[in-house]
Design a protein around this ligand. Sequence first.
Ligand code: AMP
Length: 548
Amino acid sequence: MQFLEFARVCERLEGTPGRLDMIEQVAAVLPGLDDEELPVFVRFVMGRVFPDWSSKKLGVGPNLLYDAVAYVVGTKRETVREAINTTGDAGLAVEALLAKKEQTSFFTEELDLTGVYREFERIAAAEGQRSQREKLRVAQWLFGNALPLEGRYLARLMLEELRIGVGEGNVRDAVAKAFEVDVRLVEHAHQAMNDLGAVALLARRDPDALSRVTIEPFRPVKMMLAQAGTIAAQIEDHGEVAVEYKYDGSRFQFHKVGGVCRIYSRRLEDVTESLPDIVTLLREATDHDVILDGEAVAVRDGRPMPFQYVIRRFRRKHEVDAMMEKIELVPRVFDILYLDGETLMDRPFSERRKALEGALREHVTSQFRVTDAAAAESIYAAALDLGHEGVMVKVLDAPYTPGVRGRIWVKVKPGVETLDLAVVGAEWGEGRRAGTFGSFLLAVQDQGRLLTVGKVATGITDEMLAELYALFKDRVIARSGKEVTLEPEVVFEVGYSEIQTSPNYESGYALRFPRFVRVREDKSVDEAETLDSLAERYGRQRNGQESL
Ligand code: AMP
């Protein structure tokens, strides 16, 4: 497939508002692709370059993009930045710039889809001191050979935000439709493989094999997520439930086969080098091949330490030993997905728990089975006394559902309700906040789109303001007056007093009294709150169920 054809497909999809039409269009393209193109197309059309399990990253920020385009168009970085500021969309700006460029070279090459992917792989592989120069060289080559419309999607792919609204759910349905297989099989295989591209290939080559796909060690799967809720509602719906302490740490997924261990962060980055102590503890606690799900917790004198201590360790690449002395991390394991060659994800939680207790000698979380709300409330009170964040209330007969934020796991914690929201823009501050960003524009996700839901300015200390400025200053994609558009990569946890409907924001909702709580460094934007779950919270709030 020529890259131009891919760009045309995207352009058509961008003008398609309806979900069913979108699925139809994607499904119509898939059968015509060859085996190399199919997985690449499937990922690209969702705005992703590499499989979700892969820790490969393009590492192209706005500045590198400006430089590459400036070079190709024969202008200055500032001109490109200006153009992007005016349109507010890197893709459209690059397209317009390329359209104006004089034909400086007659020897351009036609880009094809897999060729572009291979160049992206080279960008991702560039490491070390000269990496920026190498990344820039490849980006220049790509833009140098791109027609304007191709430039639009190249730029967006490089920033990993395609803005055409084709989310994972749509592509999953399109794969099922294109190869006439049951969508549940596609979903099952996707959960285990964590790469829709590879699933699409399998759906075409050997649909029967979809049901047999198992989770593979060293290919992390998405973590199962929790929804806010109440103990009472959970017991009412399910009778007996499992109550566990909610540890305030950072999530990990531990893979072990024989003596080889790797550990992945919530964002599925390989953090083995940063967490040697956790790896050793877990390796010593089991004789089996396993994939475990748990939380890394910092402790001092037997008491849990705040989350910030843990995240510092996750980010630490060098001087790990020195940091280890200061912050001791211990694992708390609450689930098992794989045991000695067998996938356990489809088994009920009660069975997985039994397998976990059999496989791991230590570090398994305490669990209480309760049928009675009063008993659960006293466990909750004890959890808070012990310095934990709250409790998790889990459904015992449910399977492990990667990446799903459902009511199978309900988190109960005190205080204001919070939401994890993507930061998509900011406003320059005034007065004391001049020279930094004073407020931030927040968004929920919906099928690959980010829809605004409000701004937050309260709750940010002066020290935090400076940190946030440092965090965001290189993520500015566009400026317009006092406002900037940010590359959506950061998630804020934000408290609020109430969700309201509102015509002022794209999501149709707004937050009353939004308050900054913290940067969710462990979460990526595709883990931000979804529009559906925001709507559900709004519904629950109206029914008066939000309080404990
Ligand atoms: P939140 O990050 O606020 O959505 O809450 C869910 C997170 O709590 C999970 O992703 C885990 O990182 C963490 N957590 C702490 N203790 C547990 C537990 N016992 N079971 C599941 N998740 C837990």
